[in-house]
Design a protein. Sequence first.
Length: 318
Amino acid sequence: MVRILLPIVLAAALTAAAFSAEPLYELSGRVMPERHASVALHGATRPFSTATLSDESGRFSFKKLQAGTYTISVFVPGRGEARQTVEVGPGVADSAGRVKVTVRLESGKFESDDARRRGATVSTRELSIPARARREYREAQRCLSRRDVAGAVAHLRRAIEIAPRFAAAWNHLGTIAYQGRNYKEAEDNFRHGLAADPEAFEPLVNLGGVLLNLGRVDEALQYNLHGALRHPNDALVNAQLGMSYFLSGNLDLAAQYLTLARQIDPAHFSHPQLLLSEIHLRRNERAAAIEELEDFLKRHPDAPEAPEVKSTITRLKE
């Protein structure tokens, strides 16, 4: 499933032009322990989606990728889904343009047992989605694998015309709108997704993120807290909850949830290290702030924020 997060407060905007002249890369990965698994790759900041199966040794690869931040989603029948952020770009690739990643299927990376049990039951809403709407949804996925965003949107809109209560299609439309910085449209789509299926987690967490971008912090806090209570091992919702508390002025709880997000997924595209460094600076903990910023650079050497972060580290060390 597709999810997002603002980069809010300290993260810079990304533009398509920044990637137009860059080479393409290969992401070469392995699932550990070795096993067959479904592996999906989603763009964290731009619309993109593709999927494959790992082989019996857990190996998988995605080719012809643009530089950027991606979310790897590994699904293992009987255990659930684990997610991990990966950076693709010149700072992490070898001389052949290959980025290597290992996804370790540790217990803490999966959803909680309660969440998995809830997710194991297919809702009657999902079963009621007509085959025609599902075909449109699959075509949208194929369009995104070719970076045909307009085609994907057209298929998703046809899907919700056929099935107005197709929560996943509403959520995907919201994600695309969000990544295009059309925040009000994204909010409307996520709310439609939640109305279609009040138990759906994806539009819930995405709504919590877009409300932060819209400056509605109190409302965002409610959604993000609810999401964290439902899925306590989810990096995205913990990062958003930490941001909500930060913007509300509660630095202690902000640090608690941002630290948890970083522990779950150290390279998460929300960049929890940046806000954690700000919290440390407000507490006059300069060494801890530097440590967070250096960890950010280690994991995101090609990030647009990297030059400014380097300058900040230099100033803090003077």
